[in-house]
Design a protein around this ligand. Structure first.
Ligand SMILES: [Zn+2]
Length: 220
């Protein structure tokens, strides 16, 4: 497993570094809420990110690493955990695959916001996120209604077996997470170099502009 994880981490870091030159300090959206993916993430530590690296930049790499873990857990589940696989198949109606604008994107764009930030006075007619939400709301009641049996109707034995499989899936996710962190440490140097080259100068420039504006408030 470690070998394939190393390869996936390498290509995801490559994709992140191809994307990084597009990042601009002024265009990054500030999140009003705490980000559950990034806050206190061991992956951020493994990548060598400190608090000075903007959230949008950290998030772009961390969400790629998350995709690696999720895909690995999906593969493991499909191969080894028949009960969990069946539950997943039950909850996803094949007739209503749903609209997921964030899925199937090229690696460069995975984990990024699907819609640009709205400009004041220029509302969008619709956003991709809204379409996906409408689609989810439409398809959910149908999926539930068609489900032939729910886990509540399982015997105690079947429930225990399902619980065991869920624990195995958790264990696997933890193992992959650790393998991702270990693999990522190997790329710290490349990541730090790119941040120094592409991110730091923009932040320095922004800070210089701000302090200039503070010193000469009337000239702005
Ligand atoms: Zn984040």
């Amino acid at each position: 497993m470690a070998d394939s994880i190393e390869g996936r981490v390498r290509s995801s870091v490559d994709a992140f570094l191809r994307w990084l030159p597009r990042w601009q300090v002024g265009t990054s959206r500030s999140r009003p809420r705490v980000c559950r993916l990034c806050l206190g993430s061991p992956v951020a530590t493994a990548a060598g990110f400190d608090h000075d690296v903007p959230h949008a930049v950290q998030h772009a790499l961390l969400s790629r690493m998350r995709v690696i873990v999720d895909e690995s857990v999906d593969e493991y589940t499909a191969r080894n955990l028949p009960l969990v696989s069946r539950e997943l198949a039950r909850s996803e109606s094949p007739d209503a695959p749903g609209y997921r604008p964030e899925e199937g994107l090229a690696l460069e764009f995975q984990g990024l916001e699907v819609d640009p930030e709205p400009e004041p006075g220029q509302p969008f007619l619709f956003t991709l996120a809204e379409l996906a939400e409408e689609d989810r709301q439409r398809s959910e009641p149908i999926a539930v209604a068609e489900a032939p049996a729910s886990p509540a109707e399982y015997s105690d034995e079947a429930k225990a077996a399902l619980r065991t499989e869920l624990e195995l899936a958790d264990d696997h996710a933890r193992q992959v997470g650790t393998a991702v962190c270990l693999a990522l440490v190997e790329h710290r140097r490349r990541i730090a170099d790119a941040i120094d080259r592409l991110v730091e100068p923009q932040i320095d420039e922004l800070l210089a502009e701000l302090s200039l504006a503070l010193e000469n408030p009337r000239s702005h």
